[in-house]
Design a protein around this ligand. Structure first.
Ligand code: UD1
Length: 423
């Protein structure tokens, strides 16, 4: 177990190179398992979740060759099973994309239910509804999911709730179904577009990704044999952008797509930070002497404010002037980290979806836990803004999704010591 010992109160400034999108990469690696030829995936983030999914793919028989630390070649032609039952499946959420990929490939799949962050209930009913619309029989029993179709045939599916995971999984199966599939009320996240672009590059016919109606014309053979580079990570970029107003600093996130950051950019401007956009960078500055203004946030599917930036935005509201609000509309239980912020002096009331944050809190160093990946990043942010030293425990959760986290933080002036605890 590792802990971060963080000395707060320092202004952070400098450039932060942003890695590839973790969530896009997870979907695209799974997509490389449904196509028929090898594909080369570039701009992979160097995070643990990606290593885990690649290891699972390799265990299933795919030939997985790292070309370098951010590039992998996956040849799925040697996959020899439709069952993904290894315990590793439970350590990440993205492993469940193998459900759509293996169903598309073999017309049947059995897998162990996925793990991932604990935000309350994480149902998969919409994924299964999509597979059923393609003609598959589905069963969940003994912690495993099984799906099987005599023939996968395109169909229409309306997602009752906008779900990123269900949209990805249905696309993965539908690219190999016979005929046309239509997904209504589909997720519009940048990584859905990225997945569709990857699959189209490999020979699929997917239209409408990025809108709420996606049409997929299934193809029996997807030749692949192409290279594809993943988009930059919106959530990593957003986390670093918030450090500028949090510490009265000056941060430039480099290698980003500014359009993807608009939901956050708009909010930072509203709070009084200065945001400058270039073609591939965003620079956020904030004068330490000037107070940030508290505001109201609502998390929504894209293009709304992303739930994966919710804990970080709550920390920002803690140091703003006035009373801020956060309405969490995606996950039913994503405020579990708030108790840790209270230990640092934050004044936050939560009730159901709503958090009311009394700004102007004097945060002070404390011993806190990374409850999950993004809440963990929020703890580090709070520690950086606090007076004195904080200790953040269970930081492995943060490293699941932020590449070179300590190096990138230190490069902009964060004082963080990593302590290995062997007990
Ligand atoms: C993905 C992200 C996660 C992010 C979330 C929302 C990955 C690996 N994870 O998770 O970081 O927080 O999108 O942006 O990319 N729902 C159902 N039935 C289903 C599926 C989902 O009711 O079958 C509901 C969920 O309970 C939740 C909402 O839909 O309230 C959104 O979930 P979804 O978009 O599916 O999240 P994930 O894909 O699991």
């Amino acid at each position: 177990m590792r802990t971060y010992h963080i000395e707060g109160g320092h202004r952070l400034a400098g450039d932060v190179p942003i890695g590839g999108s973790k969530n896009a990469a997870l979907a695209i690696i799974a997509a490389a398992m449904v196509v028929d030829g090898p594909s080369v995936i570039e701009n992979l983030p160097e995070v643990r979740d990606i290593d885990t999914l690649l290891k699972i793919c390799s265990d299933l028989g795919a030939k997985v060759e790292r070309q370098n630390s951010t590039c992998v070649r996956i040849d799925p032609s040697s996959i020899n099973t439709h069952e993904a039952m290894q315990p590793l499946m439970e350590s990440i959420r993205g492993s469940y994309y193998l459900m759509g990929a293996l169903l598309g490939r073999f017309k049947k799949v059995k897998l162990r239910m996925p793990g991932g962050c604990d935000f309350g209930s994480r149902p998969i009913d919409l994924h299964l509804k999509g597979f059923q619309a393609l003609g598959a029989r589905t069963e969940v029993a003994h912690g495993n999911v099984s799906c099987e179709a005599d023939q996968l045939v395109g169909g229409s599916v309306f997602l009752d709730t906008v779900s990123v995971g269900a949209t990805v999984n249905i696309i993965l199966a539908a690219v190999k179904a016979e005929g046309k599939t239509v997904i209504d009320n589909a997720a519009r996240e940048p990584h859905i577009v990225d997945l569709a672009n990857f699959l189209n590059t490999m020979g699929a016919d997917i239209r409408g990704a990025g809108t709420d109606v996606i049409r997929i014309e299934g193809r029996p053979y997807l030749p692949a044999n192409q290279e594809y580079a993943i988009i930059p990570d919106q959530i990593e970029a957003g986390t670093y952008m918030m450090l500028a107003p949090l510490t009265g600093g000056d941060i430039k996130v480099c290698g980003v797509i500014p359009k993807h950051m608009e939901p956050l950019t708009a909010k930072l401007k509203e709070m009084g930070a200065k945001v400058e956009e270039g073609e591939e960078y965003i620079r956020v500055t904030h004068n330490n002497g000037k107070k940030l203004k508290a505001t109201s946030f609502k998390t929504m599917p894209y293009p709304g404010f992303p739930t994966d930036l919710q804990p970080q935005a709550v920390v920002l509201q803690c140091v703003a002037d006035g009373t801020g609000r956060m309405l969490e509309n995606v996950w039913e239980n994503r405020y579990q980290y708030v108790d840790n912020l209270r230990m640092m002096g934050a004044n936050i009331l939560t009730s159901g979806k709503l958090a009311v944050i009394q700004g102007g809190a004097k945060l002070t160093g404390a011993r806190v836990k990374a409850r999950d990946l993004r809440a963990g990043a929020a703890m580090v942010m709070a520690a950086l803004a606090a007076e004195g030293t904080s200790v953040v425990e269970e930081v492995e959760k943060i490293e699941r999704g932020y590449e070179f986290f300590i190096d990138k933080m230190r490069n902009i002036g964060a004082k963080i010591k990593v302590v290995e605890n062997n007990s």
